[in-house]
Design a protein around this ligand. Structure first.
Ligand code: NAP
Length: 292
């Protein structure tokens, strides 16, 4: 089976809604393969194939953006009311298109807190945070839409330009330790390549509607930070205990420390045969170090 970005077909036209960090990486990669790509963001960027879509400001593009579109990838999080911006704005239009595939980037936050245990797609979601309830509701709305939807549950996303290195360089890093706490992560290149792999092999592997994309080695934040300091040749500051650091963290930052889980990638990597480019944070961060 193919495991690289070889021909996906130049007859395909992708619409990438929410071309932020992951969306841009995906767009760049599939353009190289020869696909036509249109992207959205909330303000116009330099790309001539980019248009503005902002559900909160009610800036809704003309429906001609959907002309000849075969594949859609939505990377947009729930809006402030917890609804899915794409479905809220375009649900009835989408139903009338003959789409081959729709991808939705979700989060592993829907699994909630497992106190460090592994979670897989077989586990019943048990969201703990309000934003994760909203996310699960958006997943359900996509499934209910009847579109050929595939949902990708993602842990912390990092890659060149957005990793611990940027936090260290901008001196925004907080070196916090919390006993037995682990996080899962994924390099942005593996999100793109895993999706391309699934699309390229869709006739030979069973279709799964929900798939985790995570690397092989959940680990503590301290290990990751220490590794970055080592690569930079700098000394890591002394860690602060979470209990002491907590009061100075934003409620968003605190909420990340309230959940502890290991995200399984067995469905993607064992059952479906995808081979990770960056199997662990060391491999992924080396790439960020060299390309950041
Ligand atoms: N970051 C993580 O570690 C992480 C982890 C797990 C899951 N996720 C989820 O995975 C998806 C992709 O993550 P990412 O980090 O690549 O996202 P990102 O860089 O924040 O990009 C999000 C995109 O959605 C657009 N957007 C946001 N609200 C919108 C609205 N109301 N109407 C229209 N467009 C809107 C943004 O527009 P602009 O380009 O104009 O900003 C941006 O293009 C997101 O849903 C994210 O919540 C993220």
């Amino acid at each position: 089976m193919k495991n690289n970005a070889s021909l996906l077909g130049n007859k395909n036209k992708f619409l990438i809604l929410g071309c932020g960090f992951s969306g841009s990486f995906f767009a760049k990669t599939i353009r190289k393969i020869g696909c036509t790509v249109l992207t959205s963001s909330r303000s116009k960027n330099k790309d001539p194939n980019n248009f503005v879509f902002d559900s909160e400001k009610n800036i809704i593009p003309d429906e001609k953006i959907f002309n000849k579109v075969t594949h859609i990838l939505s990377c947009i999080p729930p809006d402030k009311n917890g609804n899915d911006p794409v479905l809220e704005s375009f649900a009835s239009k989408l139903k009338n298109l003959s789409l081959e595939w729709v991808g939705y980037l979700s989060t592993t936050g829907v699994y909630g807190n497992t106190r460090g245990d592994w979670v897989s797609e077989m586990d019943i979601p048990n969201p703990f945070q309000k934003r994760s309830y909203n996310r699960l509701n958006c997943e359900k709305a996509w499934i209910k839409s009847g579109l050929p939807i595939q949902i990708f549950r993602l842990p912390g996303i990092y890659g060149p330009g957005r990793s611990t290195f940027e936090a260290i360089r901008s001196q925004k890093i907080r070196v916090i330790s919390k006993q037995d706490q682990v996080f899962s992560r994924i390099h942005v290149a593996d999100i793109t390549n895993a999706i391309i792999y699934l699309l390229q092999n869709k006739n030979s592997i069973k279709f799964h509607q929900i798939i985790n994309i995570a690397d092989d080695e959940p680990c503590s934040q301290i290990e990751v930070i220490q590794y970055c300091y080592d690569l930079l040749g700098l000394k890591m500051p002394k860690p602060i205990l979470f209990e002491d650091a907590k009061k100075e963290l934003s409620s968003m930052a605190q909420s990340f420390w309230m959940e502890n889980r290991r995200v399984s990638n067995k469905l993607l990597c064992e059952t479906l045969g995808y081979e990770l480019i960056y199997k662990n944070y060391k491999q992924g961060l080396k790439n960020c170090f060299l390309n950041g």
